[in-house]
Design a protein around this ligand. Structure first.
Ligand code: GTP
Ligand code: MG
Length: 481
């Protein structure tokens, strides 16, 4: 072997050993659909890899982050988070928001940094892998199924989806009332699952949605769309047409078996293989959206967050603790899209989110995880301005409303900027949960286009503007670097 190739072998061997010894932090990014997961991860990766402005992320502010780059991800069975495509969309001309994503994905970022402690500094440069796992918050709701047999799940689900929920549940109740006991159980299961899925979707879209209803994969199927694992629906026991004391029908047995398979083949592996391995977790919450929709939406959000939080600390059942692991020691609840309101309102937004997560946080804190709350915008689409109206100063936000957005009867085409008065959030956070509180009529809430980036400065690429993305990074990773 020539000395050159020997040196090469030795250096790749030492790279390999260094790779094995590099500590890994697994960061879970979750939130209900449209909460801002994709935008957050894209902005985070961009800021770290391109050196964005992060004054409140201490390791970056202290100039200790030398380099961050993407590496092939460690899990071959997980799809890669499509960072490049999302970034291209977000920074395109014109810039646009990334498409909705529906399944779990992962990305590995390697950060080279100078450690902060004297001793560690003497050892020189350090490296850390940051594995970011993006998964739908809806899947966490399935934790509630793990200790519920099919009959109990059916009963509880149908109690919530009663006739009083009107148009959302009418087709399901109608279907259940007309089940033909002589029909092929498989066909009935298939049809019923479709009806139930449509019922969940319709309920979801309503203002007083019951976000705690699942199963999570019916809301967000991921790769299981069309799978037989999703062919069941809640059915009262022992069946609407049989009398009391009747044996379960072939249909009921089939549904119960499918439900069982869903629990063991879908829910358990997700918690065991993905969730249990997370070290840190950020839960993104579209709190402003819920505040705008009113008290019922806020109550629902609170229920969903409490339910989601069960996953972080399951309480008594030891087998559940085993399944969930006990690694997550920091949880950050972040109200996203804070660029929709003036910065003067960010404290109030945080107070409202804090109230909505109070029950959930107590649970996590009791288990030793530190819980924080933050109002942020991973990508800031607006700027602030003041206008004087009737001798009063109004804090407005300026941005380019998305095509089709309407303000005071005017429809926007996505090319012109507008000033929007988003109104004030209540000073008393509890008001946001109070049905008698509503936003003033003269306020508007619209979707804005992502910002058009300025020209790159020198060799520096243009950075994406944000609000407190650096604070979020500091809470989640500051102590690790
Ligand atoms: N103004 C503003 N809007 C945002 C921000 N983040 C997300 N949004 C808006 O919220 C929408 C949803 O964001 P995504 O990042 O796609 O949310 P998601 O949680 O990945 O959504 P799904 O993939 O559908 O579950 C975007 O299309 C934007 O309209 C932000 O920082 N500022
Ligand atoms: Mg997404």
């Amino acid at each position: 072997m020539s000395s050159g190739s020997l040196a090469g072998t030795l250096s790749s061997a030492s790279d390999y050993v260094a790779g094995l010894m590099t500590p890994t932090v697994r960061l879970g990014v979750t939130g209900l659909s449209r909460s801002g997961k994709t935008v957050f991860i894209t902005a985070l990766v961009r800021a770290l890899t391109e050196g964005g402005r992060l004054p409140f992320f201490r390791p970056a502010a202290e100039g200790r982050i030398l380099r961050a780059y993407l590496e092939p991800q460690p899990d071959d069975s997980l799809p890669r988070f499509d960072y490049e495509r999302h970034l291209a969309t977000l920074t395109g001309l014109p810039p646009a928001w990334p498409d909705s994503t529906r399944r779990i994905s992962q990305l590995r970022l390697t950060i080279e940094y100078e450690p902060s402690g004297t001793l560690r500094r003497m050892l020189g440069l350090s490296r850390m892998h940051l594995d970011i796992v993006d998964y739908p918050g809806e899947w966490l709701l399935d934790l509630a199924l793990l200790d519920k047999p099919f009959n109990q799940w059916s009963r509880e689900t149908l109690a919530v989806l009663g006739p009083e929920r009107g148009p959302h549940t009418a087709p399901l109740l109608d279907f259940l009332a007309r089940i033909d006991p002589s029909a092929d159980p498989e066909m009935t299961a298939l049809h019923g699952a479709e009806v139930y899925k449509a019922c969940l979707a319709s309920d979801r879209a309503s203002d007083e949605a019951q976000a705690t209803l699942g199963p999570g994969r019916f809301l967000m199927p991921g790769d299981l769309d069309g799978s037989p694992l999703l062919t069941f629906f809640p059915m009262p026991s022992p069946g609407p047409v049989a009398g009391p004391g009747a044996k379960p029908s072939a249909l009921q047995n089939l549904l119960a078996r499918r439900y069982e398979s869903y629990r063991t083949k879908v829910v358990m592996p997700f918690f065991r293989e993905h969730f249990a391995k997370l070290d840190r977790q950020i839960v993104l919450v579209d709190a402003l959206g819920a505040i705008n929709r009113g008290a019922a939406a806020m109550a629902d959000l609170e229920r969903a967050l409490t339910s989601v939080m069960r996953a972080f600390r399951p309480g008594a059942a030891p087998w559940l603790q085993f399944l969930l692991g006990s690694r997550i020691d920091r949880v950050l609840f972040a109200a996203t899209k804070a660029d929709h309101i003036h910065h003067g309102g960010h404290g109030r937004l945080e107070a409202i989110l804090k109230l909505a997560t109070e029950k959930a946080s107590t649970r996590a804190e009791a288990a030793g995880a530190a819980v924080s709350v933050l109002a942020m915008a991973a990508v800031r689409a607006t700027r602030e301005a003041e206008i004087i109206e009737d001798k009063q100063t109004l804090h407005v936000i300026m941005g380019t409303p998305m095509p089709g957005e309407r303000i005071a009867g005017k429809t926007f085409d996505g090319s012109v900027e507008a000033g929007v008065f988003p109104g004030d959030l209540p000073a008393d956070a509890a008001k946001a949960f109070d049905p008698s509180w509503a936003r003033a009529d003269d306020t508007a809430f619209v979707r804005f286009r992502p910002p058009t980036l300025g020209k790159p400065v020198g060799i520096q690429p243009a950075t994406l503007p944000h609000i407190r993305l650096d604070r979020a990074l500091d809470i989640l990773l500051g102590d690790k670097l």
